[in-house]
Ligand binder design. Structure first.
Ligand SMILES: [Cu+2]
Length: 180
């Protein structure tokens, strides 16, 4: 019973966040004199961005996203020439207590006037299938899309890193493990 209530509470919170996002979009659209600060991308910057080097398969991108605006901003998608498919991942403990990563529902929320850190073992931008080797010393460019359809582009250096090997909770579990 307690577990059910907790899950329900979480779902309610997610639903409330979605409603808030929708309300934000609606009021922006209705306000024809909105200045640039109303565009989600206007207040967003990323610092210390980096991508994990990899020969093939999966990799991940990290960094600290800062939101200088007065409203929460939600990253709903990311794209890059470095990977055909990209997901926004969170890392959680599964029923057995093992840390696993999975697509985050609703995207990454960067709080108003705050920041969101993407780092190994936590939230990250998941490159599901890199299009070529990512070699340390190189760089990769990403485009983030926010819930109001505005976008933010950044370029991140590629670095060697031995961690960030959480298992992926996907349909094809064995094939989705990150190789070293
Ligand atoms: Cu991941």
């Amino acid at each position: 019973m307690i577990r059910t209530l907790t899950q329900f509470g979480r779902l309610t919170a997610v639903a409330a966040a979605c409603l808030l996002a929708l309300t934000g979009c609606a009021s922006t659209a209705a306000n024809t004199t909105a200045d640039d600060t109303a565009v989600d991308s206007a207040g967003i910057t990323i610092v210390d961005a980096w991508v994990k080097s990899a020969d093939s398969g999966m990799s991940a991108a990290f960094g600290e996203l800062t939101n200088a605006s007065d409203h929460d901003v939600t990253v709903v998608a990311a794209t890059s020439e470095a990977s055909d498919m990209i997901e926004l991942h969170e890392t959680v403990a599964d029923d057995a207590g093992e840390m696993v990563m999975q697509a985050v529902e609703g995207g990454f929320v960067i709080p108003a006037g705050g920041s969101l850190t993407l780092e190994p073992g936590a939230d990250h931008i998941m490159l599901m299938g890199i299009t070529g080797p990512l070699e340390a010393g190189g760089e990769a460019t990403f485009v983030l899309t926010f819930s109001d359809d505005s976008t933010y582009e950044f370029t991140a250096p590629i670095k060697d890193f031995s961690g960030a090997n959480e298992n992926y909770v996907g349909d094809d579990h064995d094939d989705m493990d990150m190789d070293e």
